[in-house]
Design a protein around this ligand. Structure first.
Ligand code: NAD
Ligand SMILES: O=C(O)CCC(=O)CC(=O)O
Length: 362
């Protein structure tokens, strides 16, 4: 039987393919905008200049200081540039950090956004904005920050280094995994989630050895789009909350933290979400969801432990304390002991705990 559900499609236009960046001026025009401010990180400034050339007379200027976790002071500087250049639109070229800056500007000024994603983070498909002020990261959900247009150009992902491709891809898979057991899950998003996990788990092991494999790049970017849609559409749970806590408390890198934690969060939730686990296993082609994810991460050759990412051992207890401070919905109740065990295993890079039955886990 089909479960009772609600489904709300988010309004955004997507173009996908190779060489699609050439359509940027037409897409800006389609939005009724006249002057576009190009946003990048300092590392992608040269790619931003090539994009500026494609915009021609619609180019208003550049802001090349996008920074991870969207610090408010950077947004304020970008807002000054937006006003000085008279831009009525932003074109964000880059990963989640640059997309985040575009969203922050849209929230404050109402400008429309074209996003050209070059990682697999998926922020371009969500009405979610995380911002940092005074060392504290807060998240809002509002249609005001949802980008109007997203241009996926597979060619732009060829330069994404293999290790960042792997961790960014697992970051994307985490959105799909949690969508499958979300409280507000629905059949359309679950289909996208399963296909997102399937395409990324097939493409990533190829990309770490052959980063220029265009077919694998194309599947990975398509999978990232599907996973981003999942994050934008339904609520996330333990895995995302825990990564947020760990990243914020110990200044750990975003995609790498997701990659280490995902198998352990899935093992924790497995007893309470058997249908989701079966769907994840099928999508991975592995007998067990959590063990399959761990095997995938190990095969990608990326760090398997929070210790390797720079978390101190004393952080295990601190993370467990913070994780139970503010209650949130999760398919399995979040207990301090359970989370401590999860974080300790993730800290050491051990295999996730073998799945318990729901009774054993209670
Ligand atoms: N709000 C949301 O829905 C959402 C979703 C996912 C992530 N995020 C946020 O996004 C940020 C992380 O984004 P990210 O993981 O994409 O990393 P990122 O955007 O910080 O990019 C990492 C580095 O890789 C470089 N880079 C990106 N694409 C490249 C390419 N194709 N070739 C070469 N270099 C490239 C960037 O310039 C940067 O230096 C975090 O702040 C996270 O919280 C937000
Ligand atoms: O930091 C944000 O902008 C929100 C992050 C998020 O919702 C997805 C993630 O943790 O990958």
């Amino acid at each position: 039987m089909i479960e009772t559900f609600a489904y709300e499609a988010l309004p955004s236009r997507v173009r996908f393919g190779r060489g699609t960046i050439k359509e940027v001026a037409a897409e800006v025009d389609r939005l009724g905008a006249r002057r576009a401010l190009v946003l990048t990180t300092p590392q992608q400034a040269a790619a931003g200049e090539r994009l500026g050339a494609l915009l021609g007379s619609a180019l208003a200027g550049y802001f090349n200081d996008a920074t991870m976790h969207t610090p408010v002071e950077v947004t304020e500087r970008a807002l000054d540039t937006l006003r000085e250049t008279g831009a009525d639109c932003v074109v964000a070229l880059g990963g989640g950090s640059t997309t985040g800056l575009g969203k922050a500007l849209a929230l404050r000024s109402g400008v429309s956004q074209v996003v050209i994603p070059t990682t697999y983070a998926g922020s371009e498909m969500t009405p979610i904005l995380g911002q940092t002020e005074g060392g504290r990261k807060t998240t809002i959900r509002s249609l005001d920050v949802l980008p109007e247009t997203v241009i996926y150009d597979v060619d732009l992902t060829l330069s994404l280094p293999p290790m960042l491709s792997a961790t960014s891809g697992v970051n994307a898979m985490a959105h799909a995994v949690e969508a499958l057991y979300a409280r507000d899950r629905n059949p359309i998003i679950s289909l996208m989630a399963q296909d997102g996990i399937r395409t990324l788990s097939s493409a990533l092991p190829i990309l770490v050895h052959e980063p220029a494999n265009i077919e694998a790049r194309s599947h990975a970017l398509y999978g990232a789009w599907l996973c981003g849609c999942c994050l934008g559409a339904v609520g996330m749970a333990l895995h995302h909350k825990l990564c947020h806590t760990l990243g914020g408390s110990f200044d750990l890198p975003h995609a790498e933290t997701h990659t280490v934690v995902l198998p352990h969060a899935v093992a924790y939730n497995a007893p309470a979400a058997p249908e989701a686990m079966a769907a994840i296993s099928r999508a991975l082609g592995a007998p067990d969801a959590a063990q399959g994810l761990y095997d995938l991460v190990r095969a990608l050759g990326v760090p398997l432990s929070l210790a390797k990412l720079g978390m101190p051992e004393s952080g295990i207890d601190k993370a467990a304390d913070i994780a139970v401070e503010n209650p949130y919905w999760n398919p399995r109740p979040v207990t301090r002991g359970g989370i401590r065990d999860l974080v300790a295993r993730a800290f050491a890079g051990e295999r996730p705990r073998a799945a318990a039955t729901e009774d054993e886990a209670a």
